[in-house]
Design a protein around this ligand. Structure first.
Ligand code: NZQ
Ligand code: ZN
Length: 385
């Protein structure tokens, strides 16, 4: 097992009716920026619950954080915070609102141009404004991790950053929010969480036995409940397991002591930056082809995955190949397109564009064995057309 440190200070508050606890979780006398997205919180009752819980607090509202949050919009929130002497931020929304708030929290006291946080991928370890979250969409794990992904409109870049100061102080995760989600967002959430596990699991066989079993447990649970929660989003058993799986998939636990491969995400972010394709959909398009192109590196773990998750039998090569097909079939069950041409007609130069961009950024060696080169990225993206 690889050496590791496990640090996660987020107070994770889970279950029905927990939004009521906001008043005790939020620092006393805080002046709050209540940040939200396009307005879903006004339709599903979450806004009313938040306002009721925070009647004794002074609140300034900031709405309009987009899916795939924009640097340009978030800088307006930074201005509001500075003008209004805000000292606490509450993110009410999905991964985009939470990620956006992480950026705002890092940018407010940043000494320099906050665009550097993204373009130089800075680690934010201090000087961040404290923030909490009320999660409305299980998917990203952002409610219990220290990562964030923000898009710069001006340059069409979607860039990740993070650091130990980017953990939420608390996150309220009430699974009843799932019932108001559009079907497409539930499907996206299941596939995003599934792929998060795969990025930390589908590498090569190693000595971290418990981490493998954690990962396989999350994958099996997502396969079991995924199609059902799409059909029955009001079923509390399904919704609560969905929400907990999504958090556990990316709160750091299953990642400790094991190799990682985030290349599917890095390529996927480019597809969103170029074509505004939903995050999870980019993963469903790229992941299976990445497994095919990197077959020799990954086949040992693909075989383990095929045996344990899909009960496949045969030679390891046969099982590994069939495991990729089963993954594609699961993504299709979850309503995902699995080709880029399903999402845009304008795809032909994509592989060249992304491979060149990775070269310019110096991303020559991605993956668990540092053998995903820009040339391999080009092949993976071309296979995904
Ligand atoms: O904006 P509103 O009106 O709230 O509507 C949202 C949005 O249109 C809607 N929605 C959210 N909760 C709802 C709801 N509609 C009805 N009822 C509810 N309860 O859903 C739409 C999508 O929301 P968004 O926050 O964009 O989705 P998601 O949670 O999937 O977040 C995606 C973003 O997170 C990033 C992605 O790249 C993308 O930018 N990720 C963040 C990660 C992290 N911080 O660790 C990891 C992930 O890999 C991912 O990259
Ligand atoms: Zn993701």
């Amino acid at each position: 097992m690889l050496n590791f440190e496990l640090y996660n200070p987020t107070n994770y508050v889970f279950g029905k009716g927990q939004i009521e606890k906001l008043a005790t979780l939020t620092p006393k006398n805080a002046k709050i920026l209540l940040a939200y997205g396009g307005g879903s919180i006004f339709k599903n009752g979450v806004y009313d619950q938040v306002k009721k819980a925070l009647t004794d607090f002074e609140i300034v509202e900031f709405g309009g954080i987009e899916p795939n949050p924009r640097f340009e919009t978030l800088m307006k929130a930074v201005e509001v915070i500075r003008e209004q002497n805000i000292d606490f931020i509450l993110a009410v929304g999905g991964g985009s609102v939470i990620d956006g708030v992480k950026f705002v929290s890092a940018a407010v006291h940043f000494d320099g141009n906050p665009i550097d946080i993204l373009q130089k991928r800075l680690l934010i370890k201090e000087n961040a404004m404290p923030f909490g979250t009320v999660l409305t969409l299980p998917a990203t794990g952002s409610e219990m991790n220290s990562g964030s992904v923000v898009t710069i409109d001006a340059t069409q870049e979607k860039l990740a950053f993070g650091g130990s100061a980017m953990f939420p102080k608390f996150s309220i995760c009430d699974p009843t929010v799932v019932q108001s989600l559009p079907k497409r967002q539930i499907e996206n959430g299941i596939v995003d969480a599934f792929t998060h596990v795969m990025e930390q699991y589908l590498t090569y066989p190693h000595d971290a036995l418990l981490q493998d079993r954690f990962s396989e447990g999350i994958l099996q649970t997502l396969i079991e409940i995924g199609p059902k929660v799409v059909e029955n989003p009001s079923d509390y058993k399904l919704a609560s397991n969905f929400m907990w799986c999504a958090t556990m998939a990316l709160n750091g636990l299953i990642q400790k002591g094991v190799p990682n491969d985030w290349a599917t995400h890095m390529i996927g972010h480019e597809l969103t930056a170029l074509y505004e394709i939903d995050h999870a959909r980019t993963l469903a398009i790229i992941a299976p082809n990445l497994y095919r192109v990197m077959f020799e590196t990954k086949k040992g773990k693909l075989a383990q995955y095929g045996k344990r998750i899909f009960n496949l039998t045969g030679t390891d090569d046969e099982i590994a190949n069939e495991a990729i097909n089963k993954t594609v079939a699961f993504f299709e069950t979850m309503g995902m397109p699995t080709k880029l041409s399903d999402c845009t007609k304008d795809f032909e130069k994509t592989a060249d564009f992304i491979a060149t961009r990775f070269e310019e950024r110096g991303w020559f060696a991605m993956g668990e064995k540092q053998n995903i080169t820009p040339e391999k990225v080009r092949v993976i993206v071309e296979m995904s057309y």
